[in-house]
Write a protein that binds this ligand. Structure first.
Ligand code: MV4
Length: 455
């Protein structure tokens, strides 16, 4: 079962900066790459740089990057032995992971069963609780059918509560309830929305944490029983559930507490037989960690963990999928300094409307401790069909202050023309004293933006 098999060719079922990132990792391991692309991405950098490139459909993601049949056909046609899904698109689709394996290929990620377990937020929470991961207090399962039982439960958990859809996640399908009188309507509405959005009206309930930080733990697990945690990331700076700036480690949280939580995550992975890279999402408030969800893919912000641990997470994903044992021990994983990532989006810095089009100028910063992950070059056209992420600046320093200083120099150096970007927003946030102090909560950015546009 766990025999090692080297991939000849890896098909990368993604686009943009992450497709290029995965391609580089493949190349570093001596693996050939297959780029698949939509008609809109034919001129893209990862397409040009691939060993083999194949157009799999029209611009709409549903007819290209999200089309399982097109991807499997492309893998067969090009002789790929494995598929790396990247993030987004089909990366957390359990049926796709199963279909890849059923076709005799390797899905570079966890099993379909693991993805399914974590995709259902109720089963995910149950599994994590059973394994000793601290969770937000709540219903510990689906809401009971009778309204008076739901009321009793909410009273017991304590108001305010948050009603969430088991099929939701990432901010979709949830509603905060401040008082008993609003509970019944919230349950009815959220169930209706969940049925429409996820085809599943099942709900659960949690105590609503009012000013938490979003702190996540990166894990890496092989198929030989080794599970490691790679430290924490603070992703509290978000707008409408889209992360804007992330940093590692999470400032101000005692390393011993991170270690305790990290160890519980690794133990949970061993218990469920998790394989590959994964992220445990927690809310952190008043010194307490509470698990909310697990992501079963590589994340956009993985480079800050790579910077602080020195571990190449995408290479590790590939090697794990080839059946290799992890050759690092937990005690050898140390956090070196501090890393911060700014996500560069092609969007209006004030209205946040997407800003696709021709990038006429693209001057990148550089220098000590600066990493840029991007697929963009001058002359590239940002298509209107996909996510507006066009690059990431990652700054690493010996201290948080040094990382901030390096990032501010990099942001000042960078020049983009032709499309609007959120670079001005990043420059402003990096100058903000509260950001500089560290440890702002998940609502900070939206409050800051609301105050900024006011006179
Ligand atoms: C919560 C919460 C407060 N209390 N759960 C939003 C995204 C999804 N991953 C879970 N989310 C939240 N769950 C309890 N019990 C607040 C949020 C939340 C949030 C979480 C992380 C980052 C940004 C957020 C913005 C609004 C709400």
């Amino acid at each position: 079962m766990n025999g090692q098999r080297r991939f000849g060719r890896v098909l990368i079922a993604n686009r943009g900066e992450i497709a290029l990132r995965i391609q580089r990792a493949c190349r570093a391991l001596g693996l050939e790459t297959v780029a698949v692309h939509s008609e809109a991405d034919a001129e893209s950098r990862h397409v040009r740089a691939a060993d083999i490139a194949l157009c799999i459909g029209p611009p709409a993601a549903s007819r290209s990057y999200l089309d399982p049949d097109a991807l499997l056909l492309a893998a067969r046609a090009t002789g790929a032995s494995a598929i790396h899904p990247g993030y987004g698109f089909l990366s957390e689709n359990a049926d796709f992971a199963d279909a890849v394996e059923a076709a005799g290929l390797t899905f570079i990620g966890p099993t379909g069963a693991s993805i399914r377990l974590m995709g259902d937020k109720i089963t995910a929470k149950r599994a994590m609780r059973a394994a000793g991961v601290p969770c937000v207090p709540g219903s510990d399962g689906p809401l009971p059918p009778a309204l008076d039982e739901i009321h009793a439960l909410a009273k017991q958990v304590g108001y305010p509560v948050i009603v969430k859809a088991s099929g939701g996640g990432g901010g979709r399908g949830m509603r905060v309830v401040w008082t008993e009188g609003d509970l019944a309507e919230a349950v009815t509405l959220t169930a209706k929305e969940a049925q429409q959005a996820f085809g599943n009206p099942t709900l659960y309930l949690e105590r609503f944490m009012q000013k938490p930080r979003h702190v996540e733990i990166q894990v890496l697990c092989d198929t030989h029983g080794t599970a490691l945690w790679l430290g924490a990331r603070d992703c509290s700076l978000q707008r409408r559930h889209q992360k804007v700036i992330e940093e590692a480690p999470a400032p101000g949280i005692p390393p011993a507490l991170i270690a305790e939580i990290g160890e519980s995550c690794a133990e949970a992975c061993r218990r469920i037989g998790y394989r590959g890279a994964g992220t445990f999402e927690f809310l952190y408030e008043d010194g307490i960690f509470a698990f909310i969800e697990m992501n079963t893919r590589v994340q956009v912000e993985h480079p800050i963990t790579e910077a602080t641990t020195g571990i190449d997470i995408v290479c590790a994903q590939l090697r794990i999928a080839q059946g290799e044992p992890l050759d690092i021990r937990q005690e050898d994983i140390l956090t070196h300094g501090h890393a911060i990532e700014c996500r560069i989006n092609a969007e209006d810095p004030l209205s946040f409307m997407p800003s696709p089009g021709l990038v006429s100028r693209w001057d990148l910063p550089g220098g000590a401790g600066i990493r840029i992950d991007t697929h963009v070059t001058a002359g590239y056209t940002v298509p209107p069909y996909y996510d507006s992420l066009i690059g990431k600046i990652i700054a690493h320093g010996a201290t948080r202050e040094q990382a901030i200083a390096r990032l501010r120099v990099a942001l000042a150096e960078m020049r983009v023309e032709g499309v609007s970007t959120n670079l001005p927003l990043h420059r402003d946030i990096l100058a903000d004293p509260h950001f500089q102090a560290g440890g702002v909560d998940i609502h900070y950015l939206e409050r800051w933006l609301a105050e900024r546009v006011a006179p």
